[in-house]
Ligand binder design. Structure first.
Ligand code: AMP
Length: 542
């Protein structure tokens, strides 16, 4: 299947997901069934997507954007999001997708680092962009999907109306940059993970072999397009196989989700553990229709999938949930408890075809079964990222002695199943979103009351981890509920709502090592009541 996707060296993802499908006789098949949060649903065929994305590619070209320039969407799930991503890819413009919960600093970091030339958003977000625009000299164009001319934005509808639908997609070699997703580290600013058009081979192969997508499937992926799952498996994988996707514009709602699964006759559903844990709290009657629905497979990604969740799905829906593991950098699923493999609840499953995974010790050697160590992959899988934008050193650091280091820790059992342990860095995973403690600490430090802050992830039953901030106030300031609220709002405005601390602990001073670095592990131990581990070595940690 993957061989036949590529004709005459054409790896262009925008073309493969639209024009190629039309050329294969699918122009009239529904590509996108759009379910807005309010109002009637609307179908877009592959033919519609081909024309609209062609039009958008012409819009970018008319603005002077050329191959390799960087463009971002800052949109919720909506048809324009899909059209813009596919159109930019057709024009070989590198496309980044920004999560709409991002605050000003989060936006500024990403737009400034990438030197983005244009961004497509909604009017409601224009004031946020206006506040940082002066610090973005490269940003030439702000486009809005819903007008915005009065606020100085270009009106997308007017530009689209003036643009021809026909766009000749240039032949796009495998290594041509395609998508850009920023990922959080535990130190420093987020890194821009750059993918290439050739990644479509990995996404198509895993969509077919792991998600098991077949031509007549009706597929629903709940991930937002701001994250890698939303592009790899909410755009590229399914459409490269000509599969119909349902996308819902509303947020989490148990009754609405249950209704979508049943009414739209979803056959393959991809979601995340936090959502499943929320659904588990609902009346099981909600899901009784699903037992007799055509739903064939359920998949999960982003956080550890608890065995209790798998047991619940079996009881409530009569279905298994198959875990999948991957990360922004891998671009495609690497490990999975996939259909056809006996599920070991609590494990992530086994590496997918063409992927070699191993658990390595500190000496870089593979560890015996059952031993905890670094989860590593042999580089070269289809879909692998090609760079951290403007940060070659960080990219090189990820590859040691022929292994890519994922920054996750895991163990492998004697039968080759991988079991997730945690992160080897301080990155926080809250509801499947990676949060940089550094970004939250930096936001808190902007406030005049805050002398120091240390941010950690603490275990949480629903979210997997929650953001907890330890805050040391300057002299003369005292903790109060009002101050807590101020700190929370500030993080929400500057970083994002998901980074907002769930708990704030006011304290006198923070534990630091000799070089002055805040020891988050000690804070975590303090919060959870666990042992902090060997502090003598931590004193030396850089
Ligand atoms: P991101 O790069 O934002 O997609 O986040 C990737 C990280 O999420 C991984 O490195 C893991 O730490 C975590 N993750 C993703 N999938 C799983 C999974 N199935 N089980 C446990 N952790 C996961």
């Amino acid at each position: 299947m993957t061989e036949t996707l590529i004709e005459n060296g054409q790896y262009n993802i925008g073309h493969i997901c639209t024009g190629l499908q039309c050329a294969r006789g699918l122009a009239g098949r529904t590509a996108l069934r759009w379910l807005p949060s309010h109002g009637p649903k609307r179908d877009y065929t592959f033919g519609d997507l081909d024309l609209e994305s062609g039009r958008f590619a012409n819009v970018l070209a008319s603005l002077g954007l050329v191959s390799g320039d960087i463009f971002f969407t800052f949109l919720p799930k909506m048809p324009e999001q899909f059209i813009a991503v596919l159109g930019a890819l057709k024009a070989r413009v590198v496309c980044g997708t920004l999560f709409t919960n991002f605050g000003e600093e989060a936006l500024l970091d990403r737009l400034a680092d990438s030197g983005a030339k244009a961004i497509l958003t909604r009017r409601v977000f224009l004031p946020k962009l206006a506040r940082i625009r002066a610090r973005l000299p490269a940003l030439k164009y702000v486009l809005a999907v819903d007008g915005g001319a009065a606020e100085g934005a270009l009106d997308l509808a007017a530009l689209m109306a003036a643009a021809p639908a026909e766009f000749k997609v240039p032949v796009t070699p495998r290594n041509t940059p395609s998508l850009l997703h920023y990922t959080s580290g535990s130190t420093g600013r987020p890194k821009g993970v750059l993918h290439c058009h050739g990644s479509v081979e990995g996404q198509a192969a895993t969509a077919r072999e792991i998600l098991g997508l077949k031509p007549d499937d009706i597929y629903w992926c709940t991930a937002d397009q701001g994250w890698v799952t939303g592009t790899s498996y909410g755009i590229i994988g399914p459409w490269s196989l000509g599969v119909t996707q349902v996308h819902y514009g509303g947020g989490y709602s148990a009754p609405r989700w249950a209704e979508i699964l049943a009414a739209e006759k979803i056959t393959v559903w991809y979601s995340a553990p936090t959502a499943f844990r929320m659904l588990m709290r609902e009346d099981p009657v909600l899901f009784s229709d699903i037992k007799t629905s055509p739903l064939r497979h359920i998949f999960s990604v982003g956080e550890p999938l608890n065995p209790e969740v798998i047991a619940w799905a079996r009881r409530a829906m009569g279905r298994d949930i198959h875990d999948t593991w991957f990360q922004t950098e891998t671009g495609a699923i690497m490990i999975s408890n996939r259909p056809g493999l006996e599920i070991r609840p609590g494990s992530m499953g086994k590496p997918v075809p063409d992927v070699t995974a191993a658990v390595l010790g500190k000496d870089g050697r593979e560890l015996p079964p059952g031993t905890h160590g670094s989860l590593c992959l042999r580089p070269g899988w289809p879909g692998m990222f090609t760079a951290y934008l403007n940060n070659e050193a960080a990219y090189k650091d990820k590859f040691v002695n022929g292994w890519y280091h994922t920054s996750d820790t895991a163990r492998k059992d004697a039968d080759g199943y991988f079991w997730f342990d945690g992160r080897s860095d301080d990155v926080i995973n809250t509801a499947g979103h990676l949060i940089s403690p550094f970004e939250v600490e930096s936001a808190l430090l902007e406030l005049p009351e805050v002398a120091e802050s240390g941010v950690i992830g603490a275990p949480d039953e629903l979210l997997f981890e929650k953001v907890v901030a330890f805050v040391h106030l300057h002299q003369g300031f005292t903790p109060s509920p009002e101050l807590e609220l101020k700190l929370r709002l500030h993080v929400s405005n500057k970083a994002s709502t998901i980074a907002t601390p769930q708990a704030i602990v006011f304290c006198e001073g923070l534990p630091k090592n000799k070089s002055g670095k805040i020891m988050r592990r000690v804070l975590k131990a303090r919060y959870t009541g666990a042992a902090a581990g060997d502090l003598s070595t931590m004193e030396e940690e850089a």
